[in-house]
Design a protein around this ligand. Structure first.
Ligand SMILES: Cc1ncc(COP(=O)(O)O)c(C=O)c1O
Length: 492
């Protein structure tokens, strides 16, 4: 080791000239390393530039570049006539400022974090060996692989490029969607449809472009929306409205409930998440009338519409909307593949244009490959064929789960029979902590979504999904879950 006042005289190391790392960078690393390890000390002088060039077997200009970098970092100091001296030796000092406190940045950021339970669920869904009793996706077994192959083979023939697309999204896709929506009584031109990267993005854009801090978003109790922070992070308030068996009951609100100019109502009338409930046709009319009278615009989230099992659901609210007060959201995440990240928003042209402009500023548009693929899915008729098969499977799975509940849960819970979608909203007879049940179930490798994620207050429910786990896993997992609940009941 050199002593404090001495010069460094001998350097054995040479840079690797075959490496991709620039030579001067290698020299910077080598010298920094020597200093931070304590081999070279503060006050030591480096050999003159010419000597260094010889020792490292490089040009003098490379040495100049390396020394300049180390000087700018505050590690070395060069004085004319006195050579180059080491003036700092710890990384925190060498960096001249302490490293940024990232936690502080995170703590002060605008967007709220997911709840710890949701973060745990999001991570554990990817751990092998866990049975997912609540996941809101279609099972990999149900993914239409062969059809997808056909679709993807055809895409290159028609996708004239994979460049960015126009602000509202691929015209061909908007055109076929405009035709598709007529099946549901929605007559809207392609210019009133915005393609989004999943319907979650539509909510994000609405929060950015149409609302202001302090606005109130009304929604069903319980609701999928409560499991997100999309509106709360933008400073808006989420307020719950109770449901009865026919759907949301907005008349429970009264004037004091912030029904001001900038409020909105978000609803999932068809196979609601998490309750699976289907709003009746009469209630749809009542809701629209009430919202019209009270000038409360509606966001209708229709992500589960195509997954009907027993019979086609009533038409969407949007189909009865004569005054342009419904923004309609659709998605293929539940019916085909959430990984394609595609959804759409249909509404008045001025709104769609505005959201499209902000979308361009956010991500330059949803994946053009996905948009071409979905156009092909729809135009070829494969999407409809796939839905026929999917509905059949969902019916079998729903009936299997209902039968299992009937056999093992009769004494411990009650539940609804969904007419479509993915979910059964299981209500436990005793008021045990479903968050504790979540932990106990996890120790048995069962992943459940406790109702507290979706509710506005404490809750005795679990969201069961029959769409994801295999039939065998569903039965075994539910039997185990019934035993765990039974054990917890003994202490309540
Ligand atoms: C009602 C509802 N809307 C939207 C989504 C998310 O859709 P996307 O993947 O299109 O963002 C979900 C997913 O769980 C949902 O349940």
């Amino acid at each position: 080791m050199a002593n404090k006042t001495s010069s460094i005289v001998n350097i054995e190391w040479k840079p690797d000239k075959t490496s991709n790392i620039p030579i001067f960078k290698q020299i910077v690393s080598y010298i920094s390393n020597k200093i931070s390890k304590g081999d070279w000390l503060i006050g030591n002088k480096l050999p003159p530039q010419r000597a260094l060039a010889k020792m490292f077997d490089v040009n003098r200009s490379t040495i100049v570049a390396a020394l300049e970098e180390l000087t700018s970092l505050g590690i070395l100091e060069g004085k004319s006539g006195q050579g180059t001296t080491i003036i700092n030796n710890t990384w925190s000092l060498l960096m001249s400022a302490s490293p940024p406190n990232w936690q502080r940045y995170i703590d002060f950021s605008i967007h709220k974090a997911n709840s710890p339970t949701i973060q745990t669920i999001n991570k554990l869904e990817f751990v092998d060996g866990i049975t997912r009793l609540s996941t809101g996706e279609i099972s990999p077994e149900l993914f239409p692989k062969e059809m997808m192959k056909k679709v993807l083979q055809r895409v290159p023939e028609r996708a004239y490029s994979l460049n960015y697309l126009e602000p509202l999204g691929l015209f061909e896709l908007r055109k076929i969607l405009s035709q598709h929506l007529t099946k549901y009584g929605i007559y809207i031109p392609p210019t009133c449809i915005l393609i989004v990267s999943g319907s979650l993005q539509a909510l994000q854009l609405i929060s950015l472009c149409m609302l202001q801090p302090g606005s109130t978003i009304f929604t069903e109790i319980p609701s999928y929306l409560k499991s997100l922070n999309v509106f709360q992070s933008a400073g808006m308030k989420l307020s719950g409205i109770p449901m009865d068996s026919s759907g949301i009951m907005p008349w429970i609100l009264n004037k004091k409930d912030n029904l001001e100019e900038t409020s909105l109502l978000y609803t999932i009338p068809t196979f609601q998440n998490p309750t699976g409930r289907l709003m009746t046709e009469t209630r749809r009319q009542e809701l629209l009338d009430w919202c019209k009278t009270n000038r409360l615009p509606i966001i209708e989230d229709d992500a589960y519409r195509e997954l009907w099992i027993d019979e086609e659901p009533p038409l969407p609210l949007k189909a009865y909307d004569k005054n342009g007060m419904v923004l309609y959201m659709g998605s293929i995440s539940k019916s085909l593949a959430p990984g394609l990240r595609l959804g759409w928003l249909a509404g008045p042209e001025s709104i769609v244009e505005r959201l499209g402009d902000v979308k361009m500023q956010t991500d330059y548009g949803a994946s053009s490959l996905s948009q071409w693929a979905l156009t092909e899915w729809m135009e070829s008729g494969l999407y409809e064929q796939h839905l026929l098969i999917l509905r059949k499977h969902l019916k079998e799975r729903r009936d299997l789960v209902l039968h299992t509940l009937e056999t093992y849960f009769k004494e411990i819970a009650t539940w609804n029979t969904p007419a479509g979608g993915y979910y059964i909203w299981l209500r436990l007879n005793k008021n045990i902590s479903t968050d504790r049940l979540f932990e106990i179930a996890l120790s048995e490798k069962l992943l459940i979504n406790p109702g507290s994620i979706y509710d506005f207050s404490n809750n005795q429910h679990i969201r069961i999904s029959y769409s994801y786990a295999s039939p065998d896993e569903l039965v075994k997992g539910l039997i185990k879950l019934s035993e765990l609940i039974g054990e917890m009941y003994q202490y309540y």
